[in-house]
Write a new protein. Structure first.
Length: 256
């Protein structure tokens, strides 16, 4: 029996003997359009969802001064009603935060410390997310969920994209995709079928030698019916209001 090496050399010799040129292996394109199409389909579906709830488990790597990676876990929940109702909660080992948006005001509350901050808010969740980042350097939990699916998506920052293969998460069949951008590699697992929901997201920082990662697992409930009181903050007895430090000014577009 010939081994694989002998068999390969024999085929190569036969090709040369017949004068047939050996084609070089074709490298796959850096951008697999299946991956981009999957993002577009997912984004369009998310944009069409008016009421939904998400429960999350998040694991995040932190780099110590001596370069060691430490991983911490947090639980989260989001209840949303488009265009202008949002409640979010994040509970970790070291801090807990709640976010309330009722269409008029936005409040962030720290139950353990008993402090909250409240500001006037723009009229939609998307505009709220933009203003919080511009004015206060504050990001809503899973903020990209409210940005995917825009009418004119910009994928110019993506340097590589590919389909990895099928994967099952919590009993749900998904497709795994991998993307590369400057400074970050990221993967997303999108549910198969008529509801292309993101079920898992992993981001790895590539411009840090330690390559810390951030992983989010998501479970979804669509067409929810959440009471309006969920989105309105009522200060608990003994809590105190404080101001949020501003790093910018509100934009006129966000206010309209």
């Amino acid at each position: 029996m010939r081994d694989a090496r002998t068999f390969t050399l024999g085929v190569f010799a036969a090709v040369l003997a017949t004068g047939v040129a050996v084609a070089e292996p074709q490298k796959p394109p850096p951008i697999d359009q299946r991956a981009i199409s999957a993002l577009c389909r997912m984004g369009a579906f998310l944009m069409a969802q008016e009421n939904f709830a998400i429960r999350t488990t998040t694991e995040t790597d932190y780099v110590t001064a001596d370069g060691q990676l430490l991983r911490r876990e947090a639980k989260g929940e989001i209840d949303a009603q488009r265009p202008n109702r949002l409640y979010a909660k994040v509970v970790g080992d070291r801090k807990e935060r709640e976010f309330f948006y009722d269409g008029n005001t936005f409040t962030v509350f720290s139950p353990k410390l008993g402090y909250y901050s409240r500001v006037e808010a723009p009229p939609t969740i998307g505009k709220l997310a933009d203003e919080l980042e511009l004015r206060f350097g504050l990001a809503l939990p899973l903020v990209d969920l409210f940005r995917w699916g825009s009418a004119h998506p910009d994928f110019s920052d993506i340097e590589a994209a590919k389909y990895v293969g099928p994967s099952t998460i919590d009993g749900v069949l998904t497709d795994q995709y991998a993307f590369r951008q400057e400074g970050v590699d990221w993967q997303i697992w999108i549910q198969r079928g008529a509801q292309p929901l993101p079920r898992k997201l992993v981001l790895t920082t590539t411009d840090d030698p330690s390559r810390p990662a951030h992983e989010i697992n998501m479970s979804w409930q669509l067409d929810t019916h959440t009471d309006a009181s969920r989105f309105a903050f009522v200060p608990p007895k003994g809590s105190h209001q404080i101001a949020i430090a501003e790093i910018g000014t509100p934009t006129q577009s966000a206010r309209r």
